[in-house]
Design a protein around this ligand. Structure first.
Ligand SMILES: [Ca+2]
Ligand SMILES: [Ca+2]
Length: 96
């Protein structure tokens, strides 16, 4: 697989890994979202430094109002975060 294909497969794998823990295995409950973020996005969570961060993120992400995050909602979040990282590194200048 190409690098990008590998990256996409990894995102799907991460989602599946956490979405299957409880309830619907196609969606993340708040608990599953928190477990995912604690494990996979610890630096991002730390940077927000807000006890209710996961609640707020879930509210923002939950486009269809079912109080859970499906893959479509999740991938929008990953894309937004990736854009933010890209902007950050562009501004810093990509000194290699
Ligand atoms: Ca689930
Ligand atoms: Ca939803």
């Amino acid at each position: 697989m190409s690098q990008l294909e590998t990256a996409m497969a990894m995102i799907i794998k991460v989602f599946d890994q956490y979405s299957g823990a409880e309830g619907n295995n196609q969606t993340l409950t708040k608990g599953e979202l928190k477990t995912l973020m604690d494990a996979e996005l610890p630096n991002f969570l730390k940077s927000i430094n807000d006890k209710n961060a996961v609640d707020k993120i879930l509210k923002d992400l939950d486009d269809n109002g079912d109080s859970e995050v499906d893959f479509k909602e999740f991938i929008i979040f990953v894309a937004a975060l990736t854009c933010a990282c890209h902007n950050y590194f562009s501004q810093k200048g990509s000194g290699k």
